[in-house]
Each structure stands twice: as C-alpha cells, then as structure tokens.
Design a protein around this ligand. Structure first.
Ligand code: LLP
Length: 424
C-alpha cells in the first residue's frame, strides 16, 4: 500500500497534488511520501514481532538525508557500502551502534572511518580483507567487530545483475571455507568475530532461496558453536522483492510471509538478527514525475517523449525493469486505451521506459509518473548528456519540501578544469 492516489481527478502524494509540485519545482522530479516510507518500515518491523532483530535500512536504495532521517526517527539502523554512505548515515542521525558496513572492496580509509566511528559491525567479504581490518584495528588500538559474509551458493532466481549468492558471484567467503576462516578470525588480534552475514540478491519474489540460504547459515552457526566459537549476530541481508505492477508479475511475498521463513529457519538460534532491506522500505515510497514533451506518431508506433531520461532512472534499460506509468490527470473510467512507447530524450535507443505499453492516450504537456521509483532511482542517476541531477521532494500530509534542489548545468561544468596549456 502507498499514499499515491487520485483525489478529485488528480494524482496526489498524500494530500499534495502532483501538479502543485511540478509547478513549484519543475519536472523531472522525484517525489517521496513520508507516510509510505514510515508505513513500510513499520509494517516490516511489526512482522518481525518479538524476534531479536535490528532493521538496518540499505542506504544504497535511497541515500537522501531526509529519507535516512525519517527512518532513523523510527529506530532504523543503516546498512552502508561505502565511506560516503557511512558519512551520510551518521550525518542523518543513525547511531554508529546501528550501522553495519558491507561491500567487497573496502579501502583502508573506509575501514579506518568505520572503526573511528565505532560502528556495530563490518561484514567481511574475503580473507585479505579480514587481515587488513585486523592490522588496521591493531594499529588504531581498537578491536574491530566483524561478521563473515558467507556465500551460501544459492540461486536467488532474480535478474543476473542483482543476484549475489552463487559461488561464481564476487560476494562473500565461499561456503566451504567459511568454518576455517571464522576460526582464523577468532584468532586474529585486531578483530572480534561476532557473527555471520548472508545476502543472496535483490528483488526476490520467491521465498525459497531465502529459506535455503537461512537454513545453511543456521547449520553453519551450529557447526561453529560445536567448535567452541562464539556467534552472536546473524545478518540475513536484504532482497525482499516488491510489486512493480507488471501484468505478468507473480504475487510479491508480504513481510509477514518473509518473517515466517525467518522464524522457521533462524528464529531459535539465540542470535541477534540484522536485516538489510532497501527496496522493500523505499521502493513504493517514491515516484518520478515527468512531463510529456512531444507525442510522435510513427508509421508503426506512437512515442510519448518525456523530459525524464535513462540518466534519471536507469532501471528499465539496465535491468529491463518494469515501472508502472500513470497520468497525473485521472483517466475517465472505461476510457479507451492506446499503445505507447514511453521514451526519454537521450541519444540512445536504450533510453526507453516502456514499450508497447497500454495506457490512456497522452498529449504534449501532460504530466506522467513512473511509479515505484523510490529505491534505486535518484541514487543511480547520472549527468549523462550534461543533464543536471533532478530534484527530490518529500511530502508529509499537505506539506512538501525540496530535499535536494535541482542541480544546475553551471554546477556540472564548474567541476571541469582546463589544463594550463588551454587556458586563455
Ligand atoms: N544488503 C546488501 C549487502 C546488498 O548488496 C543489498 C543490495 C541490500 C542489502 C539491499 O537489497 P534490497 O532489499 O534493496 O533488495 N540497483 C538494483 C538493485 C541492486 C541491489 C544491490 N544490493 C536495482 O535497481 O534493482
């Protein structure tokens, strides 16, 4: 459920008409609904019931300060994957004690920053990384709390670019090596081995791979303990899929369904669970609002050319992702549908948001929204074609605020420098 609904014939974010935002801020613009964001976090948390669990929002899904702070206010921790995200989470008010740091390529500087901040846990992805963390921590005179990210060799059955838990993927320590590496971690002077982490992929619409991975993780916990090793934390990652509205989409599992799998597989291990949902919390909380610039009638197709491009929302071209597209003006009930390709202005055929989409006819000047753009939308934007990063707006009830202003082209150009031989 979300808070983007038609009221008096216009699409609203909560109690704010999207036309009002377009008029005030211009398009394209990302619009987030605080009520939806808070609802998703709360529903997720409630589903976990009395499990000893810490929900760490995967900041990579949406790293705007306003989004992180809204969630932090509800008690969320943060899952970060770079020094930049660590800084963002701390700045937004997430306590260091609720921050976990994942990622395969942490630099020395990033490890130092995490240890200086005193975060809850670093999820270690390889033996060389483990050794590096131990050496840095020793040098700094601290003990690094670490979990080993193990690769459970489970196929998440999701898009190949966002599956992470097969042994041919670059993530985690191989399942068969995990026990020996944990023992090694327990013996290193600079680290405290406090647990395990698994994350098998993103946008999972089937719970079976989660079940398989969690059973494996539970077995490993038992093996480690039988060997006299301490395991206090089990980070079970993110990845729960959400409905994007495609007609052929299978039903997305609910947080309750997911929580049942968790309870049945790792609920009784006597560990603190850490969860890292991103998309589940932020996805349906945001839309990308765009204006139709032209309607171009081809001999075989009609193109709606909008002012947003693949640089603003790359998911359709990168993952062949479906995003539901609806007009801000509510179509009359029973109005005939037409077939459109909705495309952006960028000089690539890949700059296509939807092909042969059946939707209400559109005219130049109409406002459209691409739904379910709150996760992996603005954060993956670029300035390709020297198109400025679009603004982000957050709505709360009948109020809205610009939470990131539109970048200017001057800002972009000002980043360039001429070498001395080209200066006037
Ligand atoms: N934890 C780790 C270690 C991750 O790598 C990820 C996502 C998450 C948590 C959060 O997963 P989520 O709950 O959001 O599925 N850009 C792609 C998605 C990439 C996901 C990468 N890792 C997309 O737009 O679909």
């Amino acid at each position: 459920m979300d808070h983007f609904t038609y009221k008096s014939g216009r699409l609203h974010a909560e109690d704010v008409a999207l036309d009002a935002i377009a008029e005030a801020v211009g398009t394209p613009v990302y619009v987030y609904s605080s009520a939806t964001l808070m609802r998703h976090f709360t529903v997720f948390n409630i589903a976990l019931g009395d499990l000893d669990a810490l929900v760490c929002f995967a900041v990579k899904a949406n790293s705007n300060q306003a989004v992180i702070r809204t969630l932090a206010g509800l008690g969320a921790g943060a899952d970060v994957v770079s020094g930049g995200e660590l800084q963002r989470a701390l700045k937004a008010g997430v306590p260091a004690s609720k921050i976990v740091f994942s990622g395969v390529g942490k630099t020395e500087g990033e490890i130092r920053a995490a240890l200086s901040a005193g975060i809850k846990q670093i999820n270690v992805e390889s033996v060389p990384e483990l050794e590096r963390i131990s050496a840095i921590a020793e040098h700094m005179g601290v003990t690094a709390p670490v979990a080993l990210r193990v690769n459970p060799d489970v196929d998440a059955g999701t898009h190949e670019k966002i599956t992470t838990g097969r042994k041919e993927n670059k993530f985690g320590i191989e399942w068969t090596d995990a026990h020996a590496v944990y023992r090694k971690a327990a013996s290193l002077p600079g680290v405290k081995a406090q647990g395990l982490a698994v994350h098998i992929g993103s946008q999972l619409l089937d719970l079976k791979p989660f079940r398989d991975a969690y059973v494996r993780a539970g077995d490993l916990v038992a093996m480690l303990r039988a060997d006299g090793l301490d395991v206090e934390v089990l980070d079970i990652g993110g990845g729960l899929g959400i409905p994007y509205g495609a007609e052929d989409e299978t039903d997305a599992p609910t947080p309750q369904d997911y929580a049942r799998v968790i309870r049945e597989t790792v609920g009784n291990l006597g560990v603190q669970l850490v969860l890292e949902p991103g998309r589940m919390i932020a996805g349906n909380s945001g839309v990308l609002l765009t204006t139709v610039e032209y309607v171009k009638e081809g001999s075989t197709k009609t193109f709606a050319i909008v002012d947003a491009g693949m640089n603003d929302l790359i998911r359709p071209t990168l993952y062949s992702a479906y995003h539901h597209i609806v007009p801000v003006a509510e179509p009359a009930a029973g109005a005939p549908l037409t077939e459109l390709d909705v495309v952006g202005p960028i000089c690539e055929t890949g700059d296509t948001f939807a092909k042969n989409r059946r939707m209400a006819p559109v005219r130049a000047g109409d406002l459209l929204v691409l739904r379910t753009a709150g996760a992996y939308g603005a954060v993956q934007a670029s300035t390709y074609n020297t198109r400025a990063l679009v603004p982000e707006v957050m709505v709360m009830g009948d109020a809205f605020a610009v939470v990131r202003p539109r970048q200017s082209v001057d800002d972009i150009i000002a980043l360039d420098r001429l070498p001395h031989w080209l200066e006037d």
